[in-house]
Design a binder for this molecule. Structure first.
Ligand code: BG6
Length: 507
């Protein structure tokens, strides 16, 4: 993660495979444009989009302008600014499966090097379906386009494998061509502003570390709920399910950031070592007891904001008898000195009541209650609520005296709410991540061993759910908080799921 405000590299070339695809339009180009507006892109840069369709540069640029107008956090692009940015963009038709078509990239790179009189960072961005990751790597290799370890990078989007074995195979393949230091495996949650702030919050405040352990923390909840359904991604999602789509990557990474030991520096490998240690310390799931630590769900139809929405099995490109889970809740333990006995509850799902990503740290009860008297005058447990999105902030829930003549307790919030900053003012995850790729900082990217440990962790649940079909899908209606078995999973330990405090219906 960039720790200075200067431009980290003098020149860069982005070659985007899948240059006409959804990810390029929704995320990559709007992010590049925004960092360009903030003068954070190198002075000399070029974006070469590639795809199978025929486009002139002008037509390609104009399709990207439409995308920026629709998806940029800043809204519509200003004509002059866009023109300046667009002058750096070109298009190259290519069949990514055909090695002979990669030569043209080499020619273009050489021409730019000559023109700039520099050795730019070269980023090969695989914004394509995972089946092409290896093909692209191999063809870059055949065309000798990957051979400068210092300046050449490859960016791989998720899903990184579909299980432990396929992730290992993919790693092995990529590592025969690229060095680990050249591979940027994206988990966009790591680029989110508040997620990065957790590190600052934990390690830049002396008061946090003494509290951050089993002596003071009772349990942790990590909750990523989404109001949207699978939409047009039925084909992908029906083969993946939410465990692969969200838990193996985003949620386990959040857990790692909460549970990791303090790194001695921000060096990418030091930080990633600490995270891998968390995954290694996590208690292995007993394949025979999956039902005791995991609950799954699939959404049925319902009404969202006055509109009727279909159940999962009626979504486009979804099997009408699908056993795929759209909701998962799991309980984990991290078996080390810091966290022994502290449960970590994770939940995520689609078509839920609210879109919110929250991490809640519930502290232990006071050891003795001296506030006798009126009913309810019992100190509530302190909570630290880290709200990643859509609200961005961190709040500490503390007990205080209610103003008045009696000693009555009242819960108050100490809130850091990003100083009222609006969403459009905070950088999108992809902006941070793209800048890091250009500057060669891998801190916020997944290393091979992280990805494999995370797969290893969830394999027993994946296997069990695949082999044992759920008898009661769909088991939660759209616009609800998920299936009852997920409530039961946490309730049997005496807790309940926390939702965002002010809109909290159940808490
Ligand atoms: C993606 C998943 O990685 O993350 C999607 O594939 C999910 O299914 C998305 O909707 C959520 O990301 P965000 O940034 O909108 O919370």
């Amino acid at each position: 993660m960039a720790q200075t405000s200067s431009k980290e590299s003098n020149s860069a070339i982005f070659i985007i495979f899948g240059g006409t695809g959804d990810l390029t339009k929704r995320k990559i180009i709007p992010a590049l444009y925004n960092i360009f507006l903030e003068s954070r892109l190198p002075e000399k840069f070029a974006v070469i989009g590639t795809g199978r369709s025929k486009f002139t540069d002008a037509k390609y640029q104009s399709s990207l302008l439409d995308a920026v107008n629709e998806f940029s956090r800043r809204g519509k692009a200003k004509k002059e600014e866009w023109s300046k940015f667009a002058s750096h963009i070109s298009y190259q038709i290519a069949n990514i499966k055909d090695a002979s078509e990669y030569k043209e990239f080499g020619t273009r790179i050489d021409a730019l090097k000559k023109e700039w009189k520099e050795d730019p960072s070269i980023v090969y961005y695989c914004a394509v379906s995972p089946e092409f990751f290896c093909t692209i790597a191999e063809n870059l290799h055949k065309s000798k386009l990957e051979n400068n370890e210092k300046t050449t990078r490859i960016v791989i989007e998720k899903p990184f494998g579909s299980d432990l074995q396929s992730a290992k195979d993919l790693n092995n393949k990529l590592l025969t061509i690229f060095n680990e230091k050249q591979i940027y495996r994206i988990d966009h949650y790591l680029g989110k502003e508040v997620v990065q702030n957790v590190m600052a919050f934990r390690f830049a405040n002396a008061i946090m570390e003494p509290l951050w352990n089993r002596n003071h923390i009772e349990h942790v909840q990590i909750s990523v709920t989404e109001q949207i359904g699978v939409g047009s991604r039925g084909d992908y999602f029906d083969n993946a399910g939410i465990l692969r789509d969200m838990v193996q990557n985003h949620l386990l990474q959040l857990l790692c950031i909460i549970a990791m030991e303090p790194p001695i520096s921000f060096d990418a490998d030091v930080v990633r070592d600490r995270k891998v240690e968390v995954l290694q310390a996590m208690r292995k799931i007993n394949p025979g007891k999956v039902d005791t630590i995991a609950a799954r769900g699939q959404y049925g139809s319902g009404w969202v904001e006055g509109k009727e929405v279909p159940g999962y099995r009626d979504e486009e490109d979804v099997d009408s008898n699908s056993n795929t889970e759209t909701y998962a809740a799991l309980k984990f333990y991290v078996d080390n000195w810091r966290w022994q006995g502290v449960p970590f509850y994770l939940r995520t799902g689609k078509r839920l009541f609210k879109t919110a990503s929250l991490i809640t740290i519930q502290f232990r009860e006071v050891p003795h209650n001296m506030f006798h008297g009126e009913e309810g005058n019992v100190p509530k447990q302190n909570r630290l609520v880290i709200s990643i999105q859509p609200d961005m902030g961190i709040r500490f829930q503390l007990e205080s005296k209610k103003p008045g003549l009696e000693m009555t307790l009242n819960t108050v919030d100490m809130v850091f709410d990003y100083m009222g900053k609006t969403k459009s003012e905070s950088p999108e995850a992809y902006e941070t991540l793209l800048l890091d790729i250009i500057s060669g900082d891998q801190t916020l990217f997944m290393r091979a061993d992280q990805v494999e440990e995370a797969w290893d962790m969830i394999m027993p649940v994946l296997d069990f759910w695949e082999k044992n079909k759920s008898a009661n899908f769909p088991n939660y209606p759209a616009d609800s908080w998920g299936p009852e078995n997920a409530e039961a999973l946490i309730a049997k330990d005496g807790y309940h799921w926390f939702n965002l405090p002010e809109k909290n219906k159940k808490d």
